[in-house]
Design a protein. Structure first.
Length: 256
């Protein structure tokens, strides 16, 4: 349910100046991506795409999203451990999608060898949009649950400051004060920290598997920094590194 912030602006020149200030604030806050031209380098960066103005979210719908998240997490966990349901549900997708088929092959191999872990951690992101009911009222509609690429927790932690800045520049200080703080990177790190604690080894490290050309590194660094503040160290490796240099001991613990 967006509002018309455009009426606050006198002309296109004013809008462009506001956009420049917003970009500068985004860069200052660390809302960053590596560039397409230099995806492996942090020497040259750009701001991550963001909306110039925030969108209004009815508090009732926000509370609704909060209320159902635990149920969705439990559902995803239950589905992930139900091999028969997964095979039945994905049978047609596996025939047409090579990526899903390869993932399912790994799943079957793991089941064949036997699952060694006793503790599992899921980092999920549930995405929503608004839909207008026939009476004009907004309704919350789920788009998807991200279980493989639940990213942007780190950048989202920094975006509220950018929107507060934009509204403050427009002398909308009361509206700016209503923008809620949001720190999903801390929440994600707390989940990883709990898994690290339950693993039971003070010498254990958190392994982050990343692409060689990883443009979204600053988003990931936010979670790494939250873990480091808790004295939990993170190492970054590619899948190739683990394949070439990783090994399992008799208890199937991974060493890299």
């Amino acid at each position: 349910m967006a509002t018309s912030w455009g009426s606050l602006l006198e002309d296109e020149q004013h809008l462009e100046e506001l956009a420049r200030q917003a970009m500068d604030r985004a860069l200052a806050e660390g809302v960053l991506l590596r560039t397409l031209q230099e995806p492996s380098s942090s020497d040259v960066v750009s701001y991550a795409p963001f909306t110039l103005f925030p969108s209004l979210v009815p508090s009732a719908l926000l509370e609704q999203a909060y209320a159902v998240q635990m149920d969705f997490n439990l559902l995803v966990d239950a589905v992930s451990q139900n091999a028969a349901f997964l095979e039945q549900t994905l049978s047609s997708t596996i025939k047409r999608d090579d990526f899903t088929a390869r993932l399912f092959d790994i799943h079957k191999q793991v089941l064949k060898e036997g699952i060694a872990q006793t503790v599992f951690l899921g980092l999920n992101r549930s995405d929503y949009m608004f839909q207008r009911n026939t009476d004009g009222s907004p309704a919350l509609k789920q788009i998807e649950i991200n279980t493989i690429s639940a990213s942007f927790g780190g950048l989202a932690s920094r975006t509220p400051a950018v929107h507060r800045h934009v509204l403050s520049v427009l002398s909308k200080t009361q509206e700016a004060a209503k923008i809620l703080s949001n720190n999903p990177s801390k929440g994600l790190a707390l989940g990883i920290a709990k898994a690290w604690e339950l693993y039971g080894s003070a010498n254990a490290l958190v392994l982050l598997i990343a692409q060689e050309k990883e443009r979204n590194i600053f988003d990931q660094r936010a979670i790494e920094n939250e873990l480091l503040a808790r004295n939990i160290h993170v190492i970054r490796r590619r899948f190739e590194d683990v394949s070439e240099k990783g090994s399992l001991d008799q208890d199937r613990r991974l060493f890299v």
